[in-house]
Design a protein around this ligand. Structure first.
Ligand code: SF4
Length: 232
């Protein structure tokens, strides 16, 4: 028996469930599942409580109890965190799909193997992939040296022509215009056709105690090779 396909309903790995949102997955009424743990420690991360939790507040079976009452009311389930791919998502996604929901995955892209499996099994409908930083700043910002794993996921999604978006969180003392342009160049060179979504740093408690940036990005210096959409 393949242990990866077993559903362990009593695993307490869910930090919280946002019951309803229209904002996270375009054109879909969704709930958001916030999984504990992460394999990064991004300087600006404001979800340190989720990332560092050893145990969540909800078991997997609580999610399904909730979803059973939402069949016909919600379109989709967003898997977020933390980093959802730290967990055995395959049987969870299989059951969510069997209930008739679409699935969006938010991911930092480090678990290429699981992402490939979820896509090959047709469990995932859409992905929001974080492009955290350029290669030279990746370790400084994320505290991991796994830029190449992220690239593997990016390459896979592009080659597969999978429906996904790339997003970058901006703190101007971490990433400048040149860095954003390098990110755009990387995406364009690989054949990425969607927009790059940039979300501004939120000035709340975070891993590196970052405050609001004193620098301001000059948008006039940004490349126009890709459509950039500002999220906040
Ligand atoms: S911002 Fe970074 S550390 Fe925080 S949950 Fe996302 S990937 Fe993990």
């Amino acid at each position: 028996m393949n242990i990866n396909k077993e559903l362990n309903l009593s695993k307490k790995i869910i930090y919280d469930i946002t019951r309803f949102t229209t904002l996270d997955y375009k054109d879909n009424l969704s709930c958001i599942v916030w999984f504990i743990s992460c394999n990064m420690r991004c300087q600006y991360c404001y979800n340190s409580n989720i990332v560092l939790s050893k145990e969540g507040n909800y078991e997997i079976k609580d999610l399904f109890t909730f979803l059973e009452k939402r069949v016909g009311l919600l379109d989709a389930v967003v898997l977020s965190g933390g980093e959802a791919t730290m967990h055995n998502l395959e049987p969870i996604c299989k059951k969510i799909k069997a209930m008739g929901f679409k699935i969006k995955l938010d991911t930092n892209g480090l678990n290429t193997k699981l992402i490939k499996t979820l896509i090959d099994e047709k469990y995932i409908d859409y992905i929001a992939l974080d492009f955290k930083a350029t290669k030279d700043k990746f370790e400084e910002i994320t505290k991991t040296n796994q830029y190449n794993k992220f690239l593997d996921t990016l390459n896979f999604l592009i080659d597969k022509n999978f429906d996904f978006e790339v997003r970058t969180t901006l703190h101007e003392e971490l990433l400048n215009e040149n860095d954003i342009n390098k990110i755009v160049d990387t995406l364009v060179s690989k054949g990425y056709k969607n927009s790059l979504y940039i979300q501004n740093f939120l000035n709340v408690e975070n891993f590196a105690n970052l405050k609001e940036s004193k620098k301001v990005l000059n948008k006039d210096l940004l490349s126009n090779k890709l459509n950039i959409i500002w999220r906040n």
